[in-house]
Design a protein around this ligand. Structure first.
Ligand SMILES: Nc1ncnc2c1ncn2[C@@H]1O[C@H](COP(=O)(O)OP(=O)(O)OP(=O)(O)O)[C@@H](O)[C@H]1O
Ligand SMILES: [Mg+2]
Length: 511
């Protein structure tokens, strides 16, 4: 709540003259504690303010501000109040908790006679009062950040700078059609405009972003077309040559491909992979792993038959050394057209490749991972994701993680670790908000209910969302400008971006 009362002109002059008289008296007495230069400045500014009051260019105001922290429990409300006080202190306010004066603090504003707690009223000049408008919150207006949305309460723009946050990674959640892919693509575009040197990697299970990435001058790698070049899932270069580390990751990827492996089969696979990596020699391949398994024999069960898929079946494109080289700073890996049950496997080694690429290239980098639930299906691949999110910032890189339901990640400890390491999380419309989700993100019941009714872009022309950035919960509209909308809505449908038309001829009837 905000209250301001004009101090009558005569009284205002008295206050200023009083301040000048105090400064004069202290100057004469040699200044009780304050240096003479400060007292002189005080006297001069009292003179200037006195002239401004007399000339009616300034007035004095009694101003009071009240913030009320609320929460579902006393502890939560106290926590909220503490964070609020810290935030206000960082903005230069001195706050006071009105203990034993709550009735006075909460009384509705009435004409003049309201008694407020001591220390509530402050005297400000007209300029000082004006500086309080609008109530901009610099903690979310991060200079140099991208526009993420307009506040749903007052349309003020909110900018966020991922590079100034401890983790550069964000999450986007929402039901189908809520506008996740669009919001992510908008973030890529705006990031590129602000920092043209930012490298982009798009991990694209549905092949939605190819047209956009080409429009940005980037390269598209289609995994289903091995002619484009192969990424060898077993390439030890992705762990910087650490063969033991790579052997562990290979077992995880293969277990994601065959979740029904029996313990003895998994053990035989593990042994064969270790033997393959222990042996110095050429780059390990899936075909070589199959040979290794055939040699080992015992316990392998169905494994040799399963691995045959890499030699003569649908995954034969993945068998062989890495031949793909992408120097383009913008790249999309398109996984569309691959069987759904193979996607976690492909995504796991592509993430491995991406991680290595990011660690090896200088400068800011942004990775977009859509349909992240594919990696969250297995504990092992969720650990990959967790490691990536925890370490990316060391390479000046951030992740934009997209999935429909936060519960996909809340189910495992590495999934929760992923979520904890996202510096900003945006919820678009959710089909439902589980109790686990509400508790984990500290959403109120009202926020949770609102999220199931948030307006969809197909109805509103923008996406309603709730952003959680540190302790702040901001309801924002994700809005695109007309050129952004025209580019993105056609590119995400796979249509070529519109060519800007000629300006209307003079005298023609434009809008
Ligand atoms: N902020 C927005 N402003 C205008 N139109 C939007 C906005 N967000 C999304 N749209 C439009 O709404 C439709 C659905 O958006 P989008 O494909 O991004 O949804 P999604 O959440 O990614 O869904 P899915 O889970 O099915 O992938 C698209 O046609 C898109 O162009
Ligand atoms: Mg999508």
């Amino acid at each position: 709540m905000f209250e301001a009362e004009r101090v009558p002109a005569g009284r205002a002059l008295q206050i200023v003259q009083g301040a000048r008289a105090v400064a004069d008296a202290e100057l004469v007495s040699g200044g009780a504690g304050s240096p003479t230069s400060e007292l002189e400045v005080e006297r001069r500014s009292a003179d200037e303010l006195g002239r401004a009051l007399a000339g009616r260019t300034q007035e004095l105001w009694r101003v009071g501000l009240r913030w009320t922290a609320t929460g579902p429990s006393r502890a939560r409300a106290e926590g909220e109040r503490l964070r609020l006080s810290e935030r206000l202190a960082s903005l230069g306010f001195r706050t006071r908790v009105p203990r034993y004066e709550v009735a006075e603090a909460l009384a509705a504003p009435a004409q003049r006679a309201v008694r407020r707690p001591s220390g509530y009223w402050q005297t400000l000049t007209t300029d000082g009062l004006a500086a309080l408008y609008p109530f901009g919150d610099e903690t979310v207006l991060e200079p140099g950040g991208v526009l993420v949305g307009l506040s749903l309460s007052d349309a003020s723009p909110v900018f966020l700078d991922r590079w100034s946050q401890a983790s550069h990674s964000w999450g986007l959640f929402g039901t189908t059609g809520a506008g996740k892919s669009f919001a992510a693509a908008l973030t890529l575009l705006r990031t590129r405009w602000l920092r043209p040197g930012t490298e982009l990697v798009v991990l694209d299970p549905l092949g939605e972003y190819s047209t956009l990435v080409r429009a940005l001058g980037g390269a598209v790698v289609r995994l289903r077309e091995p002619e484009a070049g192969r990424l060898n899932p077993l390439d030890p270069a992705t762990t910087g040559g650490d063969r033991r580390e790579k052997a562990g990751r290979v077992v995880t990827m293969l277990r994601a491909l065959w979740p029904s492996l029996k313990d003895e089969e998994a053990a035989a696979l593990d042994t064969a992979v270790s033997r393959l990596y222990d042996r110095a020699g050429p780059e390990p391949t899936l075909g070589a792993l199959l040979d290794e398994l055939s040699r080992g024999g015992a316990g392998a069960g169905r494994l040799p038959a399963m691995l045959e898929v890499f030699r003569s079946g649908s995954l034969r494109g993945a068998d062989g050394p890495t031949t793909l080289r992408v120097d383009n700073p913008t790249v999309a890996v398109d996984l569309s057209g691959l069987p759904d049950e193979q996607l976690p496997f492909h995504l796991a080694y592509v993430l491995d490749w991406t991680y290595h690429r990011l660690s090896a290239r200088p400068g800011p980098k942004l990775v977009l991972l859509d349909e992240a639930h594919l990696l969250a299906r297995h504990e092992g691949t969720t650990e990959f994701l967790d490691r990536a999110v925890r370490h990316l910032r060391h390479f000046d890189a951030g992740l934009l993680l997209i999935t429909q339901d936060p519960d996909d990640l809340l189910a495992t400890s590495s999934g929760r670790s992923v979520l904890r390491n996202l510096s900003a999380v945006a919820f678009l419309r959710l089909a439902e908000v589980s109790e686990a989700c509400r508790t984990f993100f500290g959403l109120t019941t009202t926020e949770a209910e609102w999220l199931t009714k948030a307006r969809l872009p197909t109805d509103a022309g923008y996406a309603e969302s709730l952003w959680r950035i540190g302790a702040w919960h901001l309801p924002l509209a994700v809005v695109a400008s007309t050129p952004e909308y025209e580019l993105l809505s056609s590119a995400l449908r796979g249509e070529p971006p519109p060519v800007p038309g000629p300006s209307p001829a003079p005298g023609s009837r434009g809008l």
